[in-house]
Design a protein around this ligand. Structure first.
Ligand code: ADP
Ligand code: MG
Length: 941
């Protein structure tokens, strides 16, 4: 916050001189003489001075004291927010359930009805969705019979409903649905925007049968009695919230509002998790501070003056609303009166005259106090006001009364600023910002009456909360427009929520959906295993010729190759009693080689192996080699695998349809590398299972959730119709990514999935994979976001060019965006990189989309796994199966919720299986070696 220009004295932070009163001899301290900055006093060491000087100093708390008050205000606010202490807190921090500020897209007709002290005000607003440029409004005030305040609740609400009725008749009856916001300025226990129980009446109201009841329902019932069924009460509000909303004009959302009128109050947008009394930790909610009661527990002790004590004592509620009694306009005249009265008693004013007329309550009106402050006409006003009371003031008396008035109003402004500084610091702290930049809607008589009030507010808040930059925005709310805005926002959010739900509904799978996916997977597995049905199955269930998992007795040194992952690697793996040791080297496969001839590719591989063996001093040895080859293969033996098709950017000629082991051996021969003994070709799922199986003998399933998704598991050999032999088990590479390619999952696919699929190089293929794996989740999210922009649900309907770019929304963004406790600021950062100007609500919605897509992926994966574990349990005739899944893949490992969602759903779908998940470390390298080791264990007993 910038301090205002000070022509006469430069403020120097920390120094006392610039704002402490300079008690120049024979002159009064220059308290707010000109339009300079507020002078903060040092009343702690009051020098010998005149009674008037002393009074002025008492009314001018020092910066240190204001700082201390701010700290106590913060403590009181924390107390109000905390679940345990909320009930006893002086600053109650009431949740309002207003969670969004206007964004300018609000549109339609809205009505507001406001219950005031002596009247009911009705307002009709039409918003055009044009950025709130030109709201059209009509309003009317209905006087309320005085006896209504003490009558029955039914009579009161009937009267309000009649006002609504008459008003609507006058403006021409409307038949379409009309959302109504109800301004009800009493203390309520609110549990929703449209749900609020009156705690207790105040301000002279005492209608029967209302306390403890939901006043929204009471009003709706009264409206329904008049058959105005199209009028729907959707929000109940406090006037402070209206100020915040009304100030949020023209693209400058206000997140704080400050009202200093007859009373004082504030509200601000708090992080939802801060508002402990509401069970919602996402997003923000407007909190109504009700700070007028601050100090009722003594927290204002050292800034209270004898005048404040007298004002309090003479009020109808002594001891209550102490802060309000120092700040609110209702009390300023009284403070001035008591100050003047006490000074007169000390013979410092009106010497020799009787001042008994000043003993009468409300002899000074706040309006007069404000007029007397004026630079030009103030002195004359002071004289006429005092003369009207029958006093004969001297020039000096008038001058001193003016100074008292200015001190009282300045103090009110400084204390408001102190409260504002507390709110600012609270927001800055809870949003974990180094610097908070925020707009503050300000309203109320005091603020409007005097420019000085705003200046002091600005400069003192700046001194007390230097980490914040607050811009004061005068509220445009002269007739309840702000409340109409809240109603409009509430309506917009209700409609948007409905549309968001509709859009996301197809992506939210029910338990029944998942059970069906599980059953279909089981069915496809059976078909894939059957000798005759295999050709038509979408899940190919490829035999791997891996018939045993490690038993821990494997020993020896092995070579391993890993081709088809992100890198090509060569490894040496030493399997020893103490454990497994590995050394590896990453080699580049140039694109020209990936897409050249098969011979060149396999020659390159052999060269890399030879280089590696040289470096590792292994040229003399003949080590068994396991080859992790992560492309779809029809395996005919452990060391015989026919490449079905290249993927992942490989297209080397002359390889498809060939045995890749033979291609490797041929290359070795060409390169005269005779000491090569390839014993196994391994799919990465199998490698993962084997690597984990070495640590956990119960690991009989392998799962990959990375760029793609796939699984393998140990099947009874007698069930594998595509391979001869009935004894023991064989690992089956399911190739489950292709599940659904025969159309069996069509009703699970959404339009978004179809759009993603259409743009892939293998449209119509790998349908299950396209719902689950890293290569696609970001794209699905991107398509949903585009649809939401199209429906004006996101980014105010404005997409960025970048968002229309394929693959721009990476799957790793989902991980970041969904991270718990991540400040939404960071989400906004990601979106900003995509040139998207995301509001807070936009970020929340993007997060929800990501959560929906990743949850569906995890649940579908769970349904697939459930089919696998249940089949294994049945195969083995067990009531309960305890089994471990070895898992690899960056999506599984890095996403903050994927693994938990997967495990939870699996537990739910397969309750008779106790499934443990073990993350593999380097499954491709270690796994390939272990397949080789197990094979060697079998052949050389
Ligand atoms: P591969 O499956 O090719 O062996 P990975 O298992 O490393 O490779 O998976 C890579 C995929 O993981 C990428 O395609 C990307 O979509 C996804 N991914 C990368 N980083 C993250 C992350 N932080 N969170 C979720 N997914 C990620
Ligand atoms: Mg991998």
């Amino acid at each position: 916050m910038s301090s205002p220009r000070r022509p006469s004295s430069q403020p120097s932070r920390g120094g006392r001189a610039p704002w402490s009163p300079r008690g120049e001899r024979g002159r009064l301290p220059p308290v707010s003489r000109a339009l300079g900055s507020f002078q903060l006093g040092h009343q702690d060491n009051i020098p010998s001075c005149t009674p008037v000087q002393r009074a002025l100093m008492l009314l001018t708390p020092s910066l240190e004291k204001l700082q201390a008050v701010k700290c106590r205000m913060l403590e009181a606010m924390d107390k109000g927010l905390s679940r345990q202490t909320h009930a006893q807190a002086t600053v109650r921090m009431l949740p309002t359930f207003v969670c969004s500020t206007p964004d300018g897209t609000e549109k339609g007709d809205f009505m507001v009805v406001e219950l005031c002290q002596s009247h009911v005000r009705t307002l009709f607003v039409t918003l055009l969705g044009d950025g709130n440029q030109s709201p059209q409004l009509m309003y009317k005030i209905f006087d309320m019979p005085a006896d209504m305040l003490q009558g029955t609740g039914e009579a009161l609400f009937d009267f309000i409903a009649q006002c609504v009725h008459k008003f609507l008749e006058e403006i021409g009856s409307l038949q379409h649905r009309l959302p109504l916001g109800f301004v009800f300025p009493f203390s309520c226990r609110q549990t929703g925007l449209g749900k609020a129980e009156l705690i207790s009446w105040s301000k002279g109201f005492q209608c029967s049968d209302v306390e403890g009841k939901d006043v929204v329902q009471l009003l709706q019932a009264a409206i329904n009695k008049l058959e105005l069924y199209h009028v729907q009460v959707i929000a109940l509000l406090n006037d402070t919230v209206g100020t915040m909303m009304a100030s949020s004009w023209g693209g400058k959302p206000c997140e704080i509002a400050l009202v200093t009128g007859t009373g004082t109050n504030s509200c601000f947008m708090a992080e939802a998790e801060l508002v402990e009394v509401v069970e919602e930790s996402n997003g923000r909610m407007c909190v109504n501070s009700e700070w007028g009661c601050f100090g009722d527990d003594g927290a204002l002790g050292d800034v209270l003056t004898p005048y404040d004590h007298r004002v309090d004592q003479e009020s109808s509620n002594p001891g209550e609303r102490r802060f309000e009694k120092m700040v609110g306009g209702l009390y300023l005249g009284e403070i001035v009166r008591h100050a003047v009265l006490m000074l007169a008693a000390e013979q410092a004013l009106f010497v020799g005259a009787s001042t008994s007329v000043l003993g009468a309550k409300d002899a000074f009106k706040t309006q007069q106090v404000l007029e007397i402050m004026d630079n030009e006409t103030g002195m004359a006003k002071a004289r006429s006001a005092l003369e009207a009371l029958g006093l004969q003031p001297s020039e000096r008396d008038c001058c001193r009364v003016q100074q008292i008035c200015r001190a009282v109003v300045s103090r009110a402004a400084a204390l408001s600023a102190t409260g504002l500084a507390a709110v600012l610091s609270l927001m800055c702290r809870s949003r974990e910002l180094e610097r908070l930049v925020v707009n503050v809607g300000v309203d109320g008589e005091l603020y409007r009456a005097h420019a000085r009030f705003g200046e002091i507010l600005q400069s003192v808040a700046g001194l007390l909360a230097p980490e914040c930059t607050a811009t004061l925005v005068p509220s445009a709310d002269t007739n309840g427009l702000g409340v109409a805005m809240v109603t409009a926002v509430a309506q917009r959010l209700l409609t948007q929520r409905h549309e968001v739900e509709q859009l996301l509904a197809p992506l939210r799978l029910s338990r029944a959906d998942l059970e069906r996916v599980q059953a279909l997977m089981r069915q496809e597995m059976e078909r894939g295993l059957g000798r005759d049905s295999n050709a038509n199955a979408s899940v190919r269930m490829l035999p791997t010729y891996v018939c045993n998992t490690p038993d821990g007795t494997e020993r020896g040194d092995f070579l391993a190759l890993d081709l088809g992952g992100t890198n090509f690697r060569v490894l040496v793996v030493r399997v020893m009693q103490e454990g497994i040791h590995m050394a590896s080297e990453i080699y580049v496969v140039p694109t020209s080689v990936m897409q050249g001839t098969g011979e060149a590719l396999f020659d390159h591989i052999i060269e890399c192996i030879m280089d590696f063996q040289t470096k590792q001093n292994l040229m003399e040895q003949v080590l068994p080699l396991g080859f992790t080859f992560s492309f779809p293969c029809q395996q005919l033996g452990l060391d015989k695998a026919v490449l079905l098709t290249w993927t992942k950017g490989f297209s080397a000629s002359g390889c498809v349809g060939q045995d890749v082991v033979q291609l490797l051996r041929d290359a070795a021969q060409r390169k005269q590398h005779v000491a090569l003994k390839v014993v196994a070709v391994v799919n990465d799922t199998v490698g993962t299972m084997m690597a984990c199986g070495y640590d956990d003998p119960k690991c009989e399933i392998g799962l990959i959730v990375g760029t793609g998704t796939n699984a393998c598991y140990m099947e009874e050999r007698k069930n594998v119709g595509t391979v001869e032999g009935d004894e023991g088990r064989m690992c089956i590479n399911m190739e489950w990514g292709a599940f659904g390619d025969n159309g069996c999952l069509d009703d699970i696919f959404t339009t978004f999935d179809r759009m993603v699929d259409e743009k892939t190089i293998n449209a119509g293929k790998q349908r299950f994979e396209k719902l689950i794996s890293g290569m696609y989740l970001g794209e699905i999210v991107r398509h949903i976001l585009l649809a939401m922009v199209d429906k004006q649900l996101l980014f105010r309907g404005k997409p960025s060019l970048k968002l229309q770019t394929r693959d721009i929304f990476q799957t790793k963004f989902l991980s970041t965006i969904e991270t718990d406790g991540l400040a939404l600021q960071q989400v906004q950062g990601i979106l900003r990189d995509l040139e998207l100007d995301a509001s807070f609500e936009d970020s929340m919605l993007v997060r929800e989309v990501c959560q929906t897509v990743s949850l569906r992926a995890a649940q579908l994966c769970a349904a697939g796994l459930a089919a696998v574990v249940e089949k294994m349990r049945e195969n083995r005739g067990l009531a309960q199966l305890a089994i471990t899944v070895g898992v690899d893949g960056t999506l599984y490992k890095m996403h903050p919720h994927f693994s938990q969602n997967l495990q939870q759903m699996l537990q739910d779908l397969a309750p008779n299986c106790a499934v443990t998940f073990l993350q593999s470390e380097d499954g491709s390298g270690k796994g390939a070696a272990l397949v080789a080791a197990v094979a060697c264990r079998e052949t050389s007993p």
